[in-house]
Design a protein around this ligand. Structure first.
Ligand SMILES: Nc1ncnc2c1ncn2[C@@H]1O[C@H](COP(=O)(O)OP(=O)(O)O)[C@@H](O)[C@H]1O
Ligand SMILES: [Mg+2]
Length: 821
């Protein structure tokens, strides 16, 4: 399962090759970023804009408290989706009814972040619009853009990226001042020695290399493509063959600027040297918007001259030639193309006139992927999909775009957009989901089962966004249509979601009959899909709101059994959360704590951004009840960071909002506003890993036997001393890069340590390491170099009664019945 990016710290595309030179350029770029809010790196394709941007972003990462976020815009086909792409990258999972732009501006105002917008050129004016607004509303925000052309907006500082340096005077060569001090030569040497181990620039070949580099205008991409040829040719041969190619090219293309011509020549030469199959694959792979794996390539690129067995060898050959690069995906290797190379391929594909055909196969592949995700939705495969879907975002969107823009494809589009409900609703992309569903629905009003389901999913998402009236319209229409086309499953689910709309509208009594009918219908048809199963917690919540705790608990028991049939996790996590809420209402604090933690762990595994704050919030309430208002205040802060990300507290459920305010007020009263605010802001700034450790690391709970991370000391002995040290640093919230700096090792080494730790302990995420280190037996054992801030700030893990003035402070029951509302 690929690991998902941490939305707080941002994530960078992984580069597997070394970075060369650019010291002076990098420092002036850093100065430019200090001086102005927007710096745009400009220059022709292949000059190194993206690489330089990433390099400087990484180097300045520490300076941005709220992270550095990379947005790959080449993948964004539709200008209206630029704002959403930025929102996704910064970790915003806003589910409110505001416009996307308003949500983004609100979220980023006051944040100290750097946003890297890569490849703005094809969505230039959309970028210009959103960046203008961003800069006006968020003073501490910085934007680093890369684009062939400037955005042309006020406050932009344009930074043309120069080619790599090349010696101009060959008479200097052969002396002590060897050519390698020039960046272009150093890059050639680095890449050529990777292709031909042992290669070095020497007095013998220096002149050729220098001539080659200057012939290639110091363009890094052109140099890389030429250097990989060292596997079969000598420097002299590469030079003469390239010259030939240049002659051919300039004849046909006299108007284009020189560097562009150079690059085109270098790419065209690589293309010439490919076999027929490789060329076809290069062209066909250009339809992938993001990274893809071999399965996807085999499906999309096969046929019409490319037999099935040859896709694999062809992809391997293209990797060898640096046309595709392999990124470090696990457990499946993934490939990507540099934008310039992709464009070249796209042009070749267009020439063959088969691009529509290939795009359609691409769509079919991702449609099938979405359908598989949907049919796995009631099973333990949810964990896999929660991790996989974000990695496939660009191509899923490209496939949806195909459906939306091709005549006669909107029904397939509705099918696909509904099948992705898990991505929209569980992974927190409600906004994107509505956008696609609305688009498909608007394009084709004919009655069909696809339309019925699209209406239902769209209505559900709309209700979750708090637009109750619109949601009810969509759901009613969905119900009507589903009945008309005899789609019983969609009809029952539409009625169910109409019940949910009533719960949201604070009418639990009105919701009960709808939800009960849905439950019966699901049971009679044996519908065990997750959207059906979620009816149990939904009815349970209505019961809690009606103070019928016994009924909620009975529903939980039934639901647990149903979820267990196929290993369902998401519904289960809500069911456990509901159990915690029932315990809270019943005044049973210890059970509330245990259950809320259990729900939290489940949701963390699923990366359920929407559900996480519901658990933290409950744990804040219980911390207060347990007599630890300091901890409560900090947890409230942590919850608020998460609420902000989804754009609203407790979804506006009236009872929950009221209870939350009551406990907040009580906590504030018991420690005083000053301390409350201080603890609250500390909590707000905690990283997710520390929040999790803080929410879970407390004594008094019997650890669940299900968690491998708590089997403790036995595993400890498997780790080397260094690995224990690294585990401690991971627990302290350090990134791999920071660990590398602390231990004075390379980032790769730090990554390798972390991988080993994960493997040895049988874990899949860093958060598990954090929990494991923070577990009571481990804290004493792990040789921490820097200890976990979350553990530090809570040294006394027992509930304690704060000494208040006049003895009046202390754990106060929240207004209402003692021990719970
Ligand atoms: N300073 C550098 N050191 C090492 N490789 C570089 C450097 N600059 C560019 N490259 C490589 O050259 C290729 C093209 O660079 P890229 O940043 O993608 O260009 P652009 O964004 O301008 O199209 C990439 O493979 C990149 O890794
Ligand atoms: Mg680029």
């Amino acid at each position: 399962v690929p690991r998902t990016a941490n939305p707080e710290k941002g994530s960078f595309p992984h580069r597997t090759t070394s970075f060369v030179g650019r010291r002076g350029v990098a420092s002036s770029l850093k100065r430019a970023l200090e001086a102005s809010q927007l710096v745009t790196l400009t220059g022709p394709g292949g000059v190194g804009k993206t690489r330089l941007g990433l390099h400087v972003a990484e180097q300045t990462q520490r300076g941005f408290r709220d992270g550095v976020h990379f947005v790959e815009l080449a993948k964004v086909l539709d200008p209206s989706l630029v704002v959403q792409a930025i929102a996704e990258a910064v970790g915003l999972r806003d589910a409110s009814a505001r416009s996307s732009q308003a949500a983004l501006l609100g979220y980023l105002s006051g944040k100290h972040v750097l946003i890297v917008l890569d490849n703005c050129e094809h969505v230039l004016s959309a970028c210009a619009d959103v960046v203008t607004e961003l800069l006006l509303s968020a003073a501490s925000l910085r934007v680093l853009a890369t684009s062939r052309e400037p955005l042309n907006i006020a406050g932009e500082s344009v930074f043309p990226v120069p080619p790599l340096t090349v010696p101009t005077d060959t008479s200097l060569l052969g002396s002590d001042r060897s050519g390698s001090q020039f960046e272009a030569v150093a890059l050639f040497e680095a890449r050529a020695s990777a292709a031909l181990p042992g290669f070095a620039v020497t007095r013998q070949n220096e002149e050729d290399v220098v001539r080659l580099c200057s012939r290639l205008d110091g363009l890094p991409l052109a140099i890389e493509l030429a250097a990989v040829r060292m596997r079969v040719l000598s420097t002299t041969q590469i030079l003469s063959r390239l010259e030939h190619r240049f002659e051919l090219l300039t004849e046909g293309n006299r108007g284009a600027p020189q560097r562009q011509q150079t690059l085109q020549a270098a790419i065209a030469w690589s293309y010439d040297l490919c076999s027929e199959t490789e060329r076809t694959l290069w062209a066909r792979c250009s339809v992938f918007a993001g990274e893809f794996d071999i399965d996807a390539a085999e499906f999309v690129c096969v046929g019409d001259g490319v037999p099935e067995g040859e896709v694999f060898t062809g992809v391997a050959a293209l990797v060898d030639k640096s046309i595709l690069s392999r990124s470090q995906g696990e457990p499946f290797a993934r490939y990507r193309m540099l934008e310039t190379i992709r464009q070249f391929g796209a042009e070749r594909l267009a020439e063959t006139g088969t691009d529509d055909q290939v795009r359609r196969r691409h769509r079919d592949y991702y449609l099938d992927l979405a359908a598989r995700c949907d049919s796995d939705s009631g099973s333990a495969r949810q964990l896999y999909w929660a991790a996989r879907l974000p990695a496939e975002r660009a191509d899923l969107f490209a496939a949806l775009d195909y459906c939306a823009t091709h005549h006669g494809e909107t029904r397939a589009g509705m099918h696909m957009a509904s099948s992705l409900w898990f991505y929209w609703i569980v992974c927190g992309l409600v906004r994107d989901g509505r956008l696609w569903l609305d688009r498909m629905l608007a394009a084709d009003p004919t009655a069909s089962p696809e339309r019925a389901r699209a209406l239902l999913i769209d209505g559900w998402a709309t209700v979750l966004q708090g637009e109750n009236k619109r949601g009810v319209e969509l759901l009613s229409e969905g119900l009507r249509l589903a009945t008309l086309v005899h789609d019983d499953a969609s009809a029952a689910q539409a009625a169910q979601m109409l019940g949910v709309a009533k719960v949201f509208a604070d009418d639990p009594a009105g919701a009960v009959p709808l939800l009960e009918a849905a439950l019966q219908s699901h049971l009679s048809r044996g519908d065990m899909s997750a959207p059906a199963l979620i009816a149990w917690p939904q009815l349970g919540l209505a019961a809690v709101m009606l103070r019928d705790v016994d009924r909620a608990i009975a529903l939980t028991d039934q639901c647990r059994d149903l979820c267990a049939v196929h290993g369902e996790r998401w519904v289960l996590s809500w069911m456990i959360w509901l159990l915690a809420l029932s315990s809270w209402v019943a005044g049973d604090i210890p059970s509330t704590v245990a259950q809320a933690r259990d729900a939290l762990r489940q949701k963390d595994r699923l990366n359920d951004q929407f559900g996480l704050p519901f658990c933290i919030e409950l744990l804040a309430w219980t911390a207060h009840q347990e007599g630890d208002p300091q901890r409560a205040a900090s947890l409230f802060g942590a919850a608020d960071t998460l609420w902000e990300r989804i754009g609203g507290r407790l979804c506006g459920y009236a009872d929950l909002v009221r209870w939350s305010s009551e406990v907040r007020d009580a906590t504030r009263a018991s420690i005083g506003p000053q301390e409350f605010d201080a603890r609250h802001s500390t909590g707000r700034l905690l990283s997710w890993e520390s929040t999790l450790a803080s929410a879970l690391a407390e004594s008094g709970q019997a650890p669940s036997t299900e968690r491998p991370e708590e089997t403790g000391l036995a595993q400890m002995t498997n780790l080397t001393k260094r690995e224990r040290e690294v585990a401690g640093l991971v627990a302290a919230g350090l990134s791999n890069r920071q660990i590398a700096e602390r231990l004075v090792v390379s980032v790769r080494t730090a990554e390798a340590h972390v991988e080993h730790i994960l493997t040895k302990l049988g874990f899949t995420s860093r958060a598990q390491i954090v929990r494991w280190v923070a577990s009571p037996t481990m804290t004493d054992v792990v040789a921490t170099v820097g200890s976990s801030p979350s553990v530090d700030s809570w040294p006394d893990r027992r509930p304690r009664v704060p000494a208040g003035d006049n003895g009046t402070a202390g754990p106060r029951p929240v207004a209402g019945t003692a021990g719970g509302p």
